[in-house]
Structure formats: C-alpha cells, structure tokens
Write a protein that binds this ligand. Structure first.
Ligand code: ADP
Ligand code: NI
Length: 217
C-alpha cells in the first residue's frame, strides 16, 4: 500500500469511529487539525507522513471520554497502524506524539519533543483558539453541564494534570485557564503567526461578552 492509500484509509477509519463524538472532539475537529497540520508541517519541513497520520489519529480515544486514561489513544492508534503493517519506528513515533499531545494544565510541563509532534500539537491548539475555539469551548462546557460564566469563581492556574482533569469551572474561566495562554505556547514559528489573529479575535469576543454581562454595551 502506498503512503497516500494509508492516509486515506486512516481518515476513513477515524471518520467512522468519531462520527457520534461530542462536537468539539468529533471527526470535523480532526479534519480541521489535519488541515492545520498540513499547512504548518510543510513550512516547517516536517516528515509529512508522520504529521498526517498523527493528526488523524490524535483524538481516536481521548482521555476525557475514557475515564482520564491517557494510554487508550496511543494503544488504539498502534493497533490500527499495526494492521496496516506500518514500520515499528513510525508507529512508536506516532504513539508518542498522541500520548504527549494534550494540554495538562497551565503550570504543567509540555513533554512533546519531536518536530512532527510540535507541528501536530500546534495544529490541535490552533483549533482551540479563535472562532473555532470559542465554539468548542461553549460546546464542551454545555456537554459537561458547566455554567457559561460566574464572576464569583476565579480562574485557576492548574499545577497538576489530576487537578486540571477534575475542573468543572465555567466556560469563561477556560479562556483564562488555557485558551488565552496558547498563543505564547505555540512550538513553531508558523503556528505562532497563525495564532495571532485567532487570539485577538477571541480577546475581542471576551471583552464584548464581559461588557454585555454588566449591561455596559
Ligand atoms: P487537548 O486537546 O490539548 O487535550 P483539552 O482537553 O484541554 O485539550 O481541551 C480540548 C478542548 O475542549 C478545549 O480547547 C476546549 O474547547 C474544550 N475544553 C476542555 N476543557 C474544558 C473546560 N473545562 N471548559 C470548557 N471547554 C473545555
Ligand atoms: Ni484534538
């Protein structure tokens, strides 16, 4: 099987598997991350075979929907890639990327280490900010039953993944706990540039939201 066939079949597998998923982590999230990753990866001279497969498989079994277990995603990805007879080095690289991709709290160290991992992480994080980021934040928050906003609940800078996972804070707090921090945490120069416009859009939205909250606009 040639590499294009492998990518096409993987896209079909993911589409099938995620079609009923919560709308912020469904096939269309993966599709957007895949497109972002292609844009960034080419400019950063990354190995595009690894980038595309890791982008496609990155949320195949997200810990948020598997009792906080970070090992399910890499395991399901590995099983799929083994079925396609992909070489072990490539499989291990992709499994490592998936295992280390997720945001784990504002003050928790990022363990992503290869260029391809950095590209896919940036692509995923771009979909967490801007117009898409706003939509996904409210969608996930509604899915969890959390409030839109509560001015009496202060945002928290989480220092451990355990604490971050348990968090049930209002949607607006998530902007301060993660989304507004992402612009300065992009790994690649290309994604840093792409993040700028999305960040400013989100900041403008928050200013308007908070002004409307107090009847000032
Ligand atoms: P990652 O994709 O790095 O695993 P997260 O699990 O933190 O990142 O979140 C992915 C997306 O899900 C966020 O960008 C956001 O849109 C949404 N999300 C996660 N946690 C929350 C939350 N507590 N409140 C609102 N939205 C959230
Ligand atoms: Ni994702």
């Amino acid at each position: 099987m040639n590499t294009q066939n492998i990518i096409d079949q993987t896209a079909e597998f993911v589409k099938e598997k995620l079609h009923n998923q919560e709308s912020g982590h469904d096939w269309w999230h993966v599709y957007r991350v895949w497109q972002n990753a292609k844009q960034i990866g080419v400019k950063e001279n990354a190995d595009m075979y690894v980038v595309e497969l890791a982008a496609l498989l990155h949320d195949i079994a997200d810990y948020k929907f598997h009792d906080g277990d970070l090992t399910v995603g890499p395991r399901v990805a590995r099983e799929w890639l083994e079925k396609l007879n992909i070489e072990e080095g490539v499989i291990q690289h992709i499994a490592d990327i998936i295992e280390n991709l997720s945001y784990k709290g504002a003050d928790v160290e990022n363990k992503i280490s290869t260029k391809e991992g950095m590209v896919v992480q940036d692509a995923d994080r771009l979909d967490a900010i801007g117009a898409m980021g706003i939509a996904r934040c409210f969608s996930y928050s509604g899915f969890k039953g959390n409030p839109l906003h509560d001015p009496e609940v202060e945002p928290k800078m989480h220092t451990s993944f355990e604490e971050y996972k348990k968090n049930v804070s209002p949607a607006i707090n998530h902007f301060y706990e993660k989304l507004l921090l992402l612009k300065d945490r992009m790994n690649t120069v290309t994604a840093k540039k792409m993040a700028e416009e999305r960040h400013n859009y989100m900041q403008g939205y928050l200013d308007q939201f908070l002004a409307e909250w107090d009847g000032k606009k």
